[in-house]
Design a protein around this ligand. Sequence first.
Ligand SMILES: Cc1cc2nc3c(=O)[nH]c(=O)nc-3n(C[C@H](O)[C@H](O)[C@H](O)COP(=O)(O)O)c2cc1C
Length: 287
Amino acid sequence: MVYSKSIAEIMRQRFSCRRYFEKPFEEERRERLVGFLSANGSGPLGSSARFHLFTATDKDRDSLKGLGTYGVIRGATGFIVGAVRHSKKNLEDYGYLMERAILFATDMGLGTCWLGGTFTRSRFAKKISAASTEIIPAVASIGYPAERGRFEGTMRQLVGADNRLPWGSLFFLKKFGNSLPPDEAEAYAEPLAMVRIGPSASNKQPWRIVKDGNMWHFYMQRTKGYGNSLTFKLLRLADLQRVDMGIAMSHFELTAGELGMKGTWALQEPDIAKPDSLTEYTVSWVG
Ligand SMILES: Cc1cc2nc3c(=O)[nH]c(=O)nc-3n(C[C@H](O)[C@H](O)[C@H](O)COP(=O)(O)O)c2cc1C
């Protein structure tokens, strides 16, 4: 067993931690996380990514100081940095794989925060010696969580971090607009609940899921101006809402697996009318 306790409990425990004690990693935890990362390189949609853990040691406390996080993160003694090559579903795979690592770290009592915007991409790229064919969609800070202070509270309020969209506007039966009655979800109620509490860029929660028989179709409903706007293209920013979709996939699959429900991912877009031009098909879970 990879995780030491119920995966749903770990998902409920996770939050974006932005303040850490400046305490170096214990060797044993570092090694366990490194071991996990080295076996966590192939995504369910065919891309492979490589992840590295960079930590400050007692002797070299300043080794991470040059990695910019715009003051949003304080005291992190580590970063998980990953790189992935261009491919059709690379960002979804990246989100899926990184979130599994984040949950593993959470299980070890560590605090983490996904960083997709507030980090200096070029410095992290140098640190991981990224090839020109690789991108670093996002990174994660990691360390021992400090008490949540006023900064943390303000930051959480700004993005409404404790709010989540209601079940009825995320999950549907057969077609969009037709909310999935909770009893129709049956054993999948818990995997869906875990998708709902997942982290997402700016807490926009782009995931929408339509159930049809034993199929669960995942769609991304983009936030206007996010991801595919001209600014994003010009600045070559990663399409973070696709990363969010990978996070949703990992929460769904891990929770279903723990409950003994088997299934596979398939790229099989159904003939379901999409509500608007911001909505795109991602993937289906065949249960
Ligand atoms: C792909 C991704 C990118 C994110 N980028 C940032 C970031 O650049 N800076 C930041 O402070 N938080 C970032 N976050 C954290 C989100 O703001 C956070 O997940 C959301 O507000 C929900 O709060 P919670 O994680 O505490 O549940 C990111 C999250 C995700 C999934």
